[in-house]
Design a protein around this ligand. Sequence first.
Ligand code: 3PG
Length: 220
Amino acid sequence: MNAASAPSPRGGPFATLLSAARVIPVLTIERREDAVPLARALVAGGVRVLEVTLRTPVAIEAAKAIIAEVPDAIVGIGTILNPNDLARAQALGAKFGISPGGTPELLKAAAASGLPFAPGIATSSDLMQALAHGFDLVKFFPAEQSGGIKALRALAGPFPDMRFCPTGGIGEANAASWLAEPNVVAVGGSWLCPASDVRSGNWNSITAICNRAMKLLKPA
Ligand code: 3PG
C-alpha cells in the first residue's frame, strides 16, 4: 500500500464507526431464518454495528438477508481468513471486515481492497505485520486469553498510535474496564446474542441484553 492510500492515523473513519458503536456483537448464525429477527432484536436494543462471522454454511446468505431487510444494521463480516473470504465479504456489500489474525496474503489483499478492515493480533510481531500493511486499527484476539488488559497496556508502549477492538472472553462483567482503556475503540463478543436465545427465538431476551449493555457502556 502506498502512503496516499494508507488509512488515516488512529484508525480513521472505521475507528470512528466502531467507537460510536462501543460494542460489536460477534454473530455465528446457524439458520438462515434466524438472521433477520436476530438483527432486528439487536438493533431494537441499540446495537447497530454487527459482525456476521463466516463460521457457518449460511453466513453469507444470512448477511445478505440482514443487509436487504434490516436497513438500520451496519453489517460487517468477521472470521475473514483469506483473500477469498475478503472478496466474498466485499461482493455482498459488507461495510467492514474483521479477521482473527493476518497472513501476509490476506493483509496485502485487504490493504488493496479499500474495505475498512481490522486484522487480528495477539503479539508485537502480529502488530508489526499489520502496521507494515497500513493497518492501525486491529482486533486484539483472543483478548482475555492473551493476557487481558495488562497485555494490551504493555503493547501500547511500543505502539502508542495503535487502536484496538478486543474480543474473546469479554462480557457484561468486564466490557466497561476494556472500554476505559484509551486505545480501545470498541469491544466485540458473543455475549450479546447467546446461542440458546437464538435457537429458541428468544429475541426479547437479546434486545434486553443489548439495552443493558448500551446503558452500562455508553459514555455519559
Ligand atoms: C470472536 O471471534 O471475536 C470470538 O469468537 C468472540 O469471543 P467470545 O465468544 O468469547 O465473545
